[in-house]
Design a protein around this ligand. Structure first.
Ligand code: GLA
Length: 553
């Protein structure tokens, strides 16, 4: 009678999932009672025990067959489970078939699903290489491993120079972790404009600074700081929670938040009570970029959940959708959520994030988008910020009121650039009519960071009601002049110096579209009017710096 029990505890992961430690404790109690309990209870106990043992043997039988059949072989479905502090688990699945020295199958890890294209060795020591098509490029992952008992010991490196990441996979039932099949996509139609984001959205987003460290308390404190710092008064409004808030779906398929966010509705109420708005993040794929639950197959349901929580902004990030759909299918995929958000009747800003693929600026508005990311991820580095910021010139015609190019969130105040570089960042984003989503810790800002984020005259350029995105008008070596046409006959002019030494620059008004004598020129960082020597203005721009002027012509 005890045998099935012992086997249950020995057969590893598969059965542990079915009979947790708690189950085994309950089982011991049951056995104890069966042999030593009161006679009146013994009848019930024996029935229970027989059922339990029967179930255990049945499960054990299945699992043992699986194990026996595959003993010494890599064939089978394997999973690595890494529990996280937020109460969720990060899973990686290895679905392997070993045929002599050939290993085939798939690898599913976070947002990626690879097909094994190459292998070497066998159970004692092997390598598997997974590849996947991602838009126009290929992705590859390589694992080394060995079978030890009935555990798969694996190691991988993101880059050859990185230290290996080690993990242990255990057998799981067939089908667990399988990539879902793609769902049919709707025919394309024009999603009506939701009337939001008439000027580029302003606010804060958790990702750049906090990554998975964002939680309810951080969000509340950031909302407090947005008010206390004066940012709210300066126009910042959205508090956007990025990836890692998600947990699993409940029995009805509703998305739930993980331990870091005990009550999303209460959090939204709090943020609203400060006169601010709350944003959230999801993906059209089964997984988000950080491997959390995405909205795939639950688009309408999630939109309704977000609306019920009081969400005002959704960033919708391609991520795991790359395994199911091609880039050409992006418009239909994004349209699905665009329609779903509209159907909630709640005003929710819709932010598309698919890294600028398939010329999103040409169709983002048609699928209901208020803004669309035009590039890969920004980082807090001069080369990253400038590559992105100065790379936006051709997209100017696609920005209109309610529909913005999004060169990614701000890094101002995150510490790895100088104040001059952060002024360049803010100036460029203002000229580009880019969303101003601060990405730093608003609770802890230097006065220089505040001066940059709170410069109202620069913000006014960003928010200008003319809604025209600026363009480069001249470039000479490391110096570039960008101009944004503003409402009321004004121009914003950014004179940038990307070089490593300060540079003298002459701005000839006629070259930048000022035909007549300029009336007033204001230096927006110096916060003062400047006297100009008509017909040109001579100035010195510090290394990696900018002079930002507002000219009334
Ligand atoms: C992608 C996005 C980022 C951020 C992360 C979260 O990389 O481009 O902005 O949202 O996912 O996982």
């Amino acid at each position: 009678m005890l045998l099935p029990l012992l086997t249950v505890t020995e057969i590893g992961y598969y059965s542990i999932q079915i009979f947790s430690i708690e189950d085994n404790l309950k089982m011991s109690t049951l056995l104890h009672r069966f042999f030593f309990g009161k006679p009146t209870r013994n009848i019930i106990n024996s029935i229970l025990l027989l059922c339990f043992c029967g179930l255990a043997s049945a499960q054990d039988g299945t699992a043992q067959q699986k194990v026996t059949a595959n003993a010494g072989s890599l064939s089978g479905n394997w999973a690595v489970k890494v529990p996280k502090a937020d109460g969720t688990n990060q899973w990686a699945y290895f679905n392997l078939t070993q045929d002599g020295s050939k290993i085939t199958g798939s690898i599913r890890v976070t947002q990626f699903y690879y097909t094994i294209s190459e292998s070497t060795g066998g159970a004692e020591s092997f390598t598997i290489t997974g590849t996947m098509r991602d838009g126009k490029s290929d992705r590859t992952v390589k694992y080394e491993g060995k079978l030890m008992g009935d555990e798969l010991h694996l190691s991988t490196r993101r880059r050859p120079e990185d230290k290996p990441t080690e993990s242990i996979a255990k057998r799981v039932p067939d089908g667990e972790g399988a990539m879902p099949a793609r769902l049919p996509l709707p025919a394309l139609h024009k999603v009506p404009y939701n009337g939001l984001a008439k000027s580029p959205p302003m606010g804060w987003n958790s990702w750049n600074k906090f990554k998975s460290g964002v939680n309810d308390q951080v969000v509340r404190e950031i909302a407090d700081a947005m008010v206390a710092s004066g940012m709210k008064d300066a126009g910042y409004q959205y508090i956007n929670i990025d990836d890692t808030w998600e947990s699993e779906r409940d029995a009805k398929g509703n998305i739930t938040s993980n331990k870091k966010f005990p009550d999303m509705k209460a959090l939204a109420d709090y943020v609203h009570s400060k006169g601010l708005k709350l944003g959230i993040y999801s993906s059209p794929g089964p997984n988000t970029c950080a491997g959390y639950e995405g909205s795939f197959g639950h688009e309408e349901q999630d939109a309704r959940t977000f609306a019920a929580w009081g969400i005002d902004y959704l960033k919708y990030d391609w991520c795991g959708a790359r395994n199911l759909y091609t880039d050409e299918e992006m418009p239909a995929v994004y349209q699905k959520m665009g329609d779903a958000l509209l159907a909630t009747k709640r005003p929710i800003v819709y932010s598309l994030c698919q890294y600028g693929r398939l010329d999103v600026w040409k169709w983002g508005a048609d699928v209901g988008g208020n803004l669309w990311r035009t590039t890969g991820d920004i980082s807090d580095r001069w080369d990253s910020m400038t590559r992105i910021g100065f790379g936006q010139n051709d997209l100017a015609p696609f920005a209109t009121a309610g529909h913005w190019n999004d060169p990614d969130m701000l890094e101002i105040g995150n510490g790895a650039m100088t104040d001059a570089e952060y002024r360049t960042h803010m100036s460029l984003w203002a000229l580009l009519a880019a969303p101003l989503l601060a990405g730093n810790d608003l609770r802890d800002m230097t006065s220089a960071t505040k001066d940059i984020l709170l410069n109202r005259e620069v913000i006014a350029v960003n928010q200008d009601k003319g809604a025209r995105q600026g363009k480069r008008v001249s470039q000479s070596g490391d110096q570039e002049i960008w101009v944004r046409e503003l409402a009321d006959n004004d121009l914003a002019i950014g004179i940038f110096n990307r070089g490593s030494a300060s540079a003298d620059v002459i701005v000839r008004w006629v070259d930048i579209g000022v035909k007549r004598k300029v009336k007033r020129v204001r230096d927006l960082w110096e916060k003062k009017d400047v006297k100009v020597d008509d017909p040109a203005y001579k100035l010195t721009v510090p290394s990696h710096g900018v002079v930002l002027l507002r000219v009334n012509k």
